[in-house]
Structures are given as C-alpha cells and as structure tokens.
Ligand binder design. Structure first.
Ligand code: NAD
Ligand code: UD1
Length: 341
C-alpha cells in the first residue's frame, strides 16, 4: 500500500487524517515541528488505530531534514498541512506568516522534485474565494481579494502549486479548500487543541462549556441572515479527513492540478451552533451578542458537487454529531493534550 507523508501531521486536521489513512490501509509518515501541536496526538493516533506512524520532529523549511525523510522512506504522496493559521495573528505578524507558510511550500516542492516524489495535496481554505464571489462557492470561480495575510498566503501558495505543475507535467497537485472544520474523533482521544484564547467559534464554545472561559461573544447580530448572525459551512473533521483519503486515491491515479471544495453545502448560523450544542449536550453556554469582527463575511458555504462527482466523497456527519464530538473531546481533555491521561 502507498506511503503518505503528512507535513504538519501532528495538528488538528493532520492527526484525524492519519487515523483515516491508516484505517484505509495506507502507511503514514508524519513530520511536524510542534509549533502548534504535540507528539501526543500521534501517539493517540497509534492507540486509536493499533497501527504505527513513522514520526519525525522536523521543520518543513529545513531541506536537509526533509531530504533525509525522503531518503529513509519511499513516499508516494505528500499532504501539506504545515502552516500558521490564526487570522488575527497574521494581521499583527504578516512577515512571520509569509515566511513560514510560503517557505514550507517552496521547500517541500523543491525537495520533492529532488527526491522524485510527484504527488502533493495541499490544505487550502475557502478564504481564497475572497469577498466578492457569490455563494455557494464553486471551484470554477476566480480567487478573490483576501481580507488578511493568512488568506493571502493560501492564495499565493495555490498560485505557486499551479505554476509548478504547469512547468512540470509530471507533478500532480490537488488543492483542497476547506470550509469550517469542527468536532473531533468520536473516541474523544484526538481533537482541536488551540494554544491560548481560541480564535475560532467551536473551541471557544467548548471552553465556555467546560468552565475555562466566562462567556462567548457572538460577533454581530445585524447581518443580513435569517437570525442576524453569520452563517458558515461547518464540516465534521472526520468527514474532512475522509476527503483526504479520497484525494490520495485520486492523485495516485491522475495527473495535473485539480481543486476541490471540502464542505457540506449547508450553512448554519452562529446562534444555531450555540443552540444545537446546548441541546445535544444538555449544557448551557453563556453568551452575549457583541460587535461584528473585522473581516467576517455574512455568509459563505460550498457547492460540494465536484468532490462528490470526481472523488466520490460527501460529508455524512450531522451538526448534532459535530457538537457531540467536540464536547466529548473537550470534557475528556479539559486542557487538551496537556491534560493528564
Ligand atoms: P494545526 O495548527 O493544528 O496544524 C498545522 C500543523 O503544522 C501543526 O501541527 C504545526 O505544528 C505544524 N507546522 C506549522 N509550521 C510548521 C513548520 N514550519 N514545520 C513543521 N510543522 C509546522 O492546524 P489545522 O487546523 O490542522 O490546519 C491544517 C492546515 O489546514 C493548515 O495549513 C491550515 O491553514 C489549513 N486550514 C485549516 C482550517 C481550520 O479551520 N482548521 C481551515 C482552512 C485551512
Ligand atoms: C476563520 C478565518 C478563515 C480561516 C478559518 C479557519 C476569519 C475572517 N476567517 O474563518 O480565514 O480559514 O477561520 O481557521 O477569521 N464567532 C463568534 N465568536 C467567536 C468566534 C467566532 O461569533 O468567539 C463567529 C464568527 O464571527 C464567524 C463564525 O463564528 O461568523 C465562525 O468563526 P471562525 O470559527 O473564526 O471561522 P471563520 O471566521 O469562518
């Protein structure tokens, strides 16, 4: 069975993808510098699956170290999760974001070329559709104007991949545009473990529920949506991970560059998320309605037809499942991977 390198594999989406790849029979090698993760996540991937992961502590910008990984393992495809992802931080530290995110991509592509590894799947984001495109977003739309440096790094990296594949027809690229991944593995053993105050909605909700934060502020209640709060296409992280397994099968059979949205196609409002979380888990989440957050769009969601048609993939978990599994992870691991076993 093919061997897959997960760059940034100890992170939230990488660890869930490792589980699904191992369950599908693939061999997994993971490389991470743990700047936003812990090797404990990979230990738990091995525990969940009963299968080993070859784990390297490595900075993906270190070409010597990457070359060593490619020498020691015959890699069939790479999935590139490694990057910084906090939107607000990217506004304050743009150079750090451009340096880390663009350099990881360039170094990966260069060392892959030298090692004759021809297949790469990239973690992109719905944020590349920008502010102007109408919803639902379709892969045929042009990339738009991003609202922050994080988003621009994703748009620039997509361009880099497209140019590299155009120049080298033996290189195959799949760009996956994630919508809003939430939830955790149903076992509650792996999940999202943000450092410090969460930027994203669901970890904030679960931290209020577990008593780590006082109160959720819902950013804006005067948007032109059905209840005045923003609407997003939330997707269970296990569904997202399974999308990567399908993308691996696809890239091993096809050449060229292909872009896929990974979303459910159904948007929910912030108020619906809070109400569903409270109902499914029988727990109150203290919240207040506050000002809008700069850069937030009223509503975006995927047209998910292309992934269904070409990858044979569609999301299966419901919003109830997402809320249940997010809470199951948080209550079992109140301090994330720092919680004692
Ligand atoms: P994460 O922070 O949990 O995972 C990223 C991993 O990359 C971390 O383990 C981090 O330590 C590692 N990393 C970062 N820079 C590195 C470097 N130079 N060398 C080695 N390792 C490095 O984030 P995630 O939520 O799992 O996201 C994975 C990818 O998906 C990211 O590229 C992110 O931008 C993208 N994405 C995430 C979301 C989301 O909502 N979570 C949405 C769209 C796109
Ligand atoms: C954000 C990023 C996006 C990135 C994605 C994953 C912005 C503008 N966009 O998406 O580029 O790919 O995260 O990292 O930051 N909310 C609250 N209260 C909170 C937190 C969030 O009301 O404390 C609301 C937001 O206004 C939004 C929704 O919840 O409407 C989801 O927010 P979030 O989880 O941060 O995701 P996005 O903003 O959609």
């Amino acid at each position: 069975m093919a061997k897959i390198l997960l760059a940034g594999g100890a992170g939230y989406i990488g660890s869930h993808t490792a589980v699904e790849l191992l369950n599908a029979g693939y061999e997994v090698v993971a490389a991470d510098n743990y700047c936003n993760s812990s090797p404990e996540a990979i230990r738990r991937v091995e525990e969940i699956t009963g299968k080993p992961v070859q784990l390297y502590e490595a900075d993906i910008r270190d070409s010597e170290r990457l070359s060593q990984i490619f020498r020691e393992n015959k890699i069939d495809a790479v999935i590139h999760f490694a990057g910084l992802k906090a939107v607000g931080e990217s506004v304050k530290k743009p150079l750090m974001y451009y340096r880390n995110n663009i350099d990881t991509t360039l170094t990966l592509l260069e060392t892959m070329q030298a090692a004759d590894v021809r297949n790469i799947i990239f973690s992109s984001s719905a944020t590349v559709y920008g502010e102007e495109n109408p919803v639902p977003y379709k892969e045929t739309m042009q990339r738009g104007v991003c609202t922050n440096p994080y988003g621009w790094t994703k748009a620039m990296m997509e361009q880099i991949f497209e140019d590299a594949a155009r120049a080298d027809p033996s290189l195959s690229v799949v760009l996956l545009r994630y919508f809003n991944p939430i939830g955790a593995h149903p076992s509650g053993r792996i999940g999202e473990d943000p450092l410090g105050i969460p930027n994203n909605l669901m970890p904030y909700v679960t931290q209020v529920a577990v008593g780590k934060r006082e109160c959720l502020t819902i950013f804006g209640s005067d948007y032109p949506t059905k209840d005045g709060t923003c609407m997003r296409d939330y997707i269970h992280v296990v569904d997202l991970a399974k999308g990567h397994v399908k993308a691996v099968a696809y890239i091993l059979q096809h050449s060229g560059t292909e872009v896929f949205n990974l979303g459910t196609g159904t948007p929910y409002s912030v108020t619906e998320i809070v109400e569903t979380f409270e109902r499914v888990n029988g727990i109150k989440v203290k919240h207040v309605y506050g000002d809008r957050r700069a850069g937030d769009l009223p509503e975006f969601y995927a047209n998910a037809d292309k992934a269904k048609a070409l990858l044979g993939w569609q999301a299966e978990y419901t919003l109830d499942d997402m809320c249940r599994d997010a809470w199951n992870w948080q209550k079992q691991n109140p301090d994330g991977y720092r919680s004692s076993d």
